[in-house]
Design a protein around this ligand. Structure first.
Ligand code: SIN
Length: 492
C-alpha cells in the first residue's frame, strides 16, 4: 500500500487511509481484496485500496444506524461546531488535500486548491445552517387548533460521490447530511477514493476528539458499486440516497430505490449550452468560455458542451477561442505551469477521440487540437472545432473532455430551440448585453442554473441542480439541507 508517485509528498502519502471505515475504525475489506488507484497523468499505481463488498456495506450501515439516535439528538450547536472544526482543518491542510486531488484525479494543483476551498465552503455554510433549521407555529385558519411544523433528520444516508471532484462533491452531501442530524455511509468513486478517505479521517478525528459517536461517518470504497449500493438500498435502515454521476446510473439507482420509496437526490448529467449573442463582450465571452469548458479538462457536468454562437460573431469568437486554447499548457497537474491535466482513464480518451473523429467525418473543421498528445498518460489536447452538425454526438452527448464544438445560429428563438433540444437541463451560459434578453432566456431556457456573462455558477451558498434528465433535488444553499430533512405536522 505504498505510493510510487514522485508527485505526492511523502508526508501526505503516509497518512492516506486505504481501508474501509466502519464505526470509527479503519480496517481491511471483509473479503481481504484490494483494487488499484492510478495517477492518470502517469498511469502509475498510487495505492492499493480495500475493495469493500456487501458485508462491509452492511457493517457500515449498522454503524450509521447505531450512531443515528445519539447524533440526531445532540444540540444543533454541537453539529455546527464539529463542521466548523472540519472547515478549519481542511483550510489549514489545503496543500495536502490538493496534492491528493491532483494525484488521483489529475487536475492542475491550482484547480485542486480551488476545489478544496470550494469543498470547505460547503462545510462552513452547513456549519452555519445547522443552527438555522426552523419550523412553524400558527393557528389553523378555522381557529380550531394550532399547527406545529417540525423538521427531523431523514436518517442514515448513502452518499455516492463521483470521481471528477473527489472532495467537493462529498463535502456538499456530507456537510448538509451531518448538519441535519443524519449519519452516513459514503461510497467514494472507484477511481478517486483517496481524497475521500483523507477527509473522512479528518471528520473521524474531530468526532473522536469531542466524544461523539464515530459511526456518524462510514466509508466503503469498492470496485463493484452494485455490491455496495444493492444491499444498502434494499435495507430498511437506509433512509436516503444522494447520488452524483451519470443519468444512466442515476436512473438505475432510482429504480432500485422505488420499491422502498427511498428519499433520493440525483445530480446527473448535463449538456450545457454556452450562448454567445452578437451584442456580447467577446473578450469576456472567450474568458468565460475557457473557464466553463476547461475546468478539470472539461470533465464536469457543468462544462460548456455546445458553443452556440450568433452568426455575426461566430468566426471572430471561434478564432479567439482557438487562440486562447493554444496558450493552454497540458501536463501533469503537479508540474508548475500546467493548466490542463489528463482525462481520468484510457477509455475516456478513446471516447473523446471517437466523437471528434465522427464530427470531422460529418464536416466539422478543427481549429486547434483534435489529437492525443504524444506523451504518457491519459491526455487529450485542448480542441476547438466549428461547422459541427447539431446532430453530431459531439454536441448531442456529454463530451467530458477538453473539446469546444461551435454551432452557429441566426435568431434568439433559434438559439433557445437549440439550447433546449436535449434531454438534459443542468446549466446554461449566456453572453449578451441586453437585459431584456437575459430575462427572456431566464424564462425560456430549460435549465436548473443560468450563468449570465459568467463562465462559472458553482457556489456553496446557491442551489446547484438540474431539471429534466439532469436530476432531482438541489445541493448547496438553503435548499441543500432540505434534502436531509423530513417534515412533521403536529395538530395541537
Ligand atoms: C460536477 O461536475 O458534478 C459539479 C461541478 C461543480 O460543482 O461545479
Amino acid at each position: 500500500m505504498t505510493t510510487t508517485s514522485s508527485h505526492l509528498p511523502p508526508t501526505v502519502a503516509a497518512h492516506v487511509p486505504t481501508g474501509v471505515l466502519v464505526g470509527g475504525a479503519w480496517r481491511p475489506a471483509h473479503g481481504g481484496r484490494t483494487f488499484e488507484v492510478a495517477d492518470p497523468a502517469t498511469t502509475e499505481v498510487l495505492f492499493d485500496v480495500a475493495d469493500g463488498d456487501e458485508q462491509d456495506a452492511l457493517d457500515a450501515l449498522t454503524a450509521a444506524d447505531e450512531a443515528f439516535e445519539p447524533w440526531r439528538t445532540v444540540a444543533p450547536r454541537v453539529r455546527s461546531d464539529l463542521l466548523r472544526a472540519v472547515f478549519d482543518t481542511l483550510t489549514r491542510r489545503t496543500e495536502d488535500v490538493a496534492a491528493l486531488v491532483t494525484a488521483e484525479g489529475g487536475k492542475p494543483l491550482a484547480e485542486s486548491r480551488a476545489e478544496v476551498a470550494y469543498a470547505a465552503e460547503y462545510v462552513r455554510w452547513y456549519s452555519e445552517q445547522a443552527v438555522r433549521v426552523d419550523g412553524l407555529a400558527r393557528r389553523a385558519p378555522a381557529g380550531t387548533h394550532h399547527q406545529l411544523v417540525l423538521r427531523r433528520p431523514v436518517g442514515p444516508a448513502l452518499l455516492v460521490a463521483p470521481w471528477n471532484f473527489p472532495i467537493a462533491m462529498i463535502a456538499r452531501k456530507l456537510a448538509p447530511a451531518l448538519a441535519a442530524g443524519c449519519t452516513a455511509v459514503v461510497k467514494p468513486a472507484q477511481l478517486t477514493p483517496l481524497t475521500t478517505a483523507f477527509v473522512a479521517e479528518i471528520v473521524r478525528e474531530e468526532l473522536a476528539a469531542r466524544d461523539l459517536p464515530t459511526g456518524v461517518v462510514n466509508v466503503v470504497p469498492t470496485s463493484s458499486a452494485r455490491s455496495v449500493s444493492g444491499p444498502l438500498l434494499a435495507d430498511a435502515r437506509l433512509r436516503k440516497l444522494s447520488f452524483t454521476g451519470s443519468t444512466e446510473v442515476g436512473a438505475t439507482l432510482l429504480k432500485a430505490s422505488a420499491d422502498r420509496i427511498l428519499r433520493t437526490s440525483m445530480e446527473l448529467g448535463g449538456n450545457a449550452p454556452f450562448l454567445v449573442f452578437d451584442d456580447a463582450d467577446l473578450d469576456a465571452a472567450v474568458e468565460g468560455a475557457v473557464q466553463a469548458k476547461m475546468r478539470n479538462a472539461g470533465q464536469t457536468c457543468v462544462a460548456a458542451n455546445r458553443f452556440l454562437v450568433q452568426e455575426g460573431v461566430a468566426e471572430e469568437f471561434t478564432q479567439r477561442l482557438a487562440r486562447a486554447f493554444r496558450t493552454l499548457v497540458v501536463g501533469h497537474g503537479a508540474e508548475p505551469g500546467t493548466t490542463v491535466g489528463p482525462l481520468i482513464e484510457e477509455s475516456a480518451v478513446e471516447r473523446v477521440q471517437q466523437v471528434v473523429a465522427e464530427a470531422v467525418d460529418g464536416g466539422a473543421r478543427v481549429h486547434v487540437g483534435g489529437e492525443r498528445p504524444a506523451r504518457r498518460g491519459w491526455f487529450y489536447a485542448p480542441t476547438v472545432v466549428d461547422r459541427v452538425s447539431p446532430e453530431a454526438r459531439l454536441v448531442s452527448e456529454e463530451i467530458f473532455g477538453p473539446v469546444a464544438p461551435v454551432v452557429t445560429f441566426g435568431t434568439e428563438d433559434e438559439a433557445v430551440g437549440l439550447a433546449n433540444g436535449t434531454p438534459f437541463g443542468l446549466v446554461a451560459y449566456a453572453y449578451t448585453r441586453d437585459v431584456g434578453r437575459v430575462m427572456r432566456l431566464a424564462e425560456s431556457l430549460e435549465t436548473g442554473m443560468l450563468g449570465v456573462n459568467r463562465g462559472m455558477v458553482s457556489d456553496a451558498s446557491a442551489p446547484f441542480g438540474g431539471v429534466k434528465a439532469s436530476g432531482l433535488g438541489r445541493e448547496g444553499g438553503e435548499a441543500g439541507i432540505e434534502e436531509y430533512l423530513e417534515t412533521l405536522y403536529v395538530a395541537l
